[in-house]
Design a protein around this ligand. Sequence first.
Ligand code: SF4
Length: 312
Amino acid sequence: MGRSMKVIAPFDPWNDPLCTCPPKYTLSPYTSCGHRCAYCYITSYIPGGFRPRPKRNFVKRLLSDLRRIKSDIVISMANSSDPYTPPEGRLGLTRRALEIMIPRGLRIQLMTKSSLVVRDLDLIRKGNVMVSFTITTLDRVKAFKLEPGAPEPEKRLKAMEVLSSSGVPCAIRIDPLLPGINTDENMLRALIKRAAEAGALHVISSTYKARPDSLRRIAFAFPDLKDAYLEAYRVEGEKVKRCVWYLKRRIRERLLRMVRDLALEEGLSFAVCREGMPYLNTARTCDGTHLIPSRVKVMDLNTSTWKVVNRG
Ligand code: SF4
């Protein structure tokens, strides 16, 4: 993991001691993201707002980085920009990255809110890839307020269905949980049931972590909740670092236990993300990377044929 890496970097969410992810790299073909989620944290550190743009010389830099990384460590796409953010439909940088990485047998996690991922099924199904779909609610109106630039929830679930029925392991991220918006037990039960029907194997969940800019967007989208959110986060919540507030631990644990029980009811494994409650997890990894197929498929670059190589 040298300094000279350019587009692939060790995943390191601000050295957050609450992160329990196994070691992995992060790779984003784009800077910023066009899904414009109300709760998104990237606007607090990426200048230019929700204006996704391709990274310059992305493919050249990717090829250079791939010579330096450890090939058995998962590459996660992406953590500060959806790999299927709107310009991807036109520019195809994520597809290009998959075309390069999959034949090398690399282990890949795709995290998305977009049904566009289905476009790349021909590649994904051949590789060591798992896909994690973030779906926060089945309610189209709320989803539009929360994630105005992303495809509606049912489209994401249909995409999950297509992928999982083709043998691609999928997880659902119910992240973030926003009290009073998507935390009704019956709503969550319906969401998890639908995700299980669509082939999800694992549920990852986390409560909303407030930052000043995302809190303003949530208050704008849900004006009736503005005062309650200010009270729950800025007055009664836990300030975990400069300009980041969590809900009180007891409230977070109650919400996460509810999601956990609903996931287990459907036979899905469960884990929390950055909550400091690893005892709630029922899977080997929190982020679902244990679902990545364990065999390595390598393309013979001379004959362009696939061969399966067992690691063990
Ligand atoms: S998809 Fe992710 S990176 Fe993109 S705006 Fe939404 S939360 Fe931010």
